[in-house]
Design a protein around this ligand. Structure first.
Ligand SMILES: C[S@@+](CC[C@H](N)C(=O)[O-])C[C@H]1O[C@@H](n2cnc3c(N)ncnc32)[C@H](O)[C@@H]1O
Length: 276
């Protein structure tokens, strides 16, 4: 039985799931997702052997806790505590924690539950940091906050502990170093911005640049030459089409769900690019 993402994430792929499934290979060995974010496709498919990765430390803390019995229990207890203590003032107190130097040493279950709590109680359920890397989304001013769905989180915990799931934290290049012919890699990087619209890239204090998109396209070609099945999603921009010329480009329409400014809502064209 499949599961849903735990956190709402900018660029989350829930709404494109059917199309991603339509364009992915029917058979593959190991599953790789180097920009895991909210993990919409992974949790829909629940492959038994997978390598997942992201550069966002708060997000990775959640997946590491799901994969460990003790940290999982501590994370759930802490979520209960956050729900009980929730208020406008409490939200800002928890939000301020990453400004303190000792934040880097807090246990992983505290980091994970803070990330989930803020995601569920902040405006628009968005994860966004400022240039210093501090979480800066305001409160949604909710009177009550529900931080998790019991059945869904149990299902995810079971999935992580009962299968062969490797959770990595770092740059996308290292994440696919062990990919072999017959494996499947799905890349969902931060979007290349449309010229006329602002795009969301504030997942970490480092922006994802044009150079990063070029690095990714080079890696895509290397994996393709090696016999790995590769699928990538991005905005339908001229730059992306040039980078992936020669591969199969499928244009799909998507609704822009969350953005830093509400003017960005509406329909946008995305591409799903495959090498098979
Ligand atoms: C579009 S989101 C992925 C959304 C995801 N597919 C979902 O359904 O929620 C892009 C992700 O890339 C991560 N990221 C940014 N730069 C990265 C890098 N250099 N290496 C790995 N991950 C990176 C961000 O933290 C973010 O979670």
């Amino acid at each position: 039985m499949n599961a849903k993402p735990i956190v709402k994430w900018a660029g989350g792929k829930r709404q494109l799931i059917d199309k991603l499934i339509k364009y992915m290979p029917q058979m593959y060995n190991k599953y790789f997702e180097p920009f895991i974010g909210g993990g919409a496709l992974l949790f829909e498919l629940m492959p038994s052997v997978a390598v997942i990765n992201d550069i966002n430390q708060d997000l990775l803390a959640i997946y590491k806790c799901l994969a460990n019995n003790e940290n999982y229990k501590l994370m759930i207890d802490e979520l209960e505590k956050h729900e009980k203590n929730h208020s406008e003032e409490y939200f800002y107190k928890v939000r301020e924690e990453d400004r303190k130097p000792e934040f880097n040493d807090i246990p992983i279950w505290k980091r994970a539950s803070r990330a989930i709590y803020l995601n569920k109680s902040c405006f628009n359920g968005l994860y966004r940091v400022n240039s210093k890397g501090y979480f800066n989304v305001p409160s949604a001013k909710k009177l009550k906050v529900k931080t998790y769905d019991v059945d869904n989180i149990k299902r995810l915990h079971n999935y992580f502990v009962k299968n062969d799931i490797t959770v990595l934290e770092g740059d996308f290049v290292e994440a696919v170093a062990s990919a072999e012919p017959g494996d499947f890699v799905y890349f969902d990087p931060p979007y290349d911005p449309f010229d006329d619209k602002e795009s969301f890239t504030a997942y970490t204090k480092f922006n994802f640049t044009k150079e990063d998109q070029i690095r990714l396209a080079t890696l895509y070609k290397e994996l393709s030459n090696k016999g790995v099945s590769v699928m990538l999603s991005n905005h339908n921009t001229k730059f992306i089409n040039e980078l992936y010329a020669g591969f199969n480009v499928h244009v799909v329409k998507a609704k822009r769900m969350i953005n830093s400014d509400s003017n960005g809502r509406g329909n946008v064209e995305e591409v799903i690019i495959t090498n098979y």
